[in-house]
Design a protein around this ligand. Structure first.
Ligand code: ZN
Length: 152
């Protein structure tokens, strides 16, 4: 399971950056691809089901056979909220928490949780086209995020 690691100095105080994910054996291929600005998800080698977040077995056929499939990075805004509570260190003011459905997925089996950086909340529309961008959130940690597709 992917853990979130808070940004702490040696003394334990937050240093102002947002929390970042901590890769493990299961999720490392996803984070390595993100660092190379590629968006990948697992694909079952038995039934071809795409899955995310990474898991040890296919939820459809229970196979442990897996390969990594690269996605186009295009997605659709499925839903969103604006969090005004600002309870997570490293975030200032209200921020968007959105669900993006990749274009390759037609059965709603995969959605990415994302902020929509650079997009004012009043400009968000359910169904709007999005495209992936890669944000370095910590040294060596790159987080895929989704932003409005150019021209949308
Ligand atoms: Zn399967």
């Amino acid at each position: 399971m992917t853990e979130l690691k808070e940004s702490k100095s040696a003394g334990g105080a937050a240093v102002g950056s947002r929390p970042w994910p901590l890769a493990d054996e299961l999720t490392a291929p996803f984070w390595d691809a993100a660092a190379a600005q590629r968006l990948v998800v697992q694909r079952c080698t038995e039934c071809a089901l795409l899955r995310f977040p990474p898991s040890a077995r296919c939820s459809h056929c229970h196979s442990d056979g897996v390969e990594w499939a690269e996605l186009s990075g295009r997605a659709t805004l499925y839903s969103f909220i604006i969090d005004h509570r600002n309870m997570i260190p490293g975030f200032e003011g209200a921020y968007t928490v959105a669900l993006a459905t990749p274009d390759e997925v037609t059965d709603d089996s995969i959605r990415f949780v994302t902020n929509v950086p650079g997009c004012p909340p009043e400009d968000l529309r359910i169904g709007m086209p999005l495209t992936v961008t890669f944000e370095v959130v910590h040294d060596g940690v790159t987080l895929p995020q989704f932003v409005p597709e150019a021209g949308s």
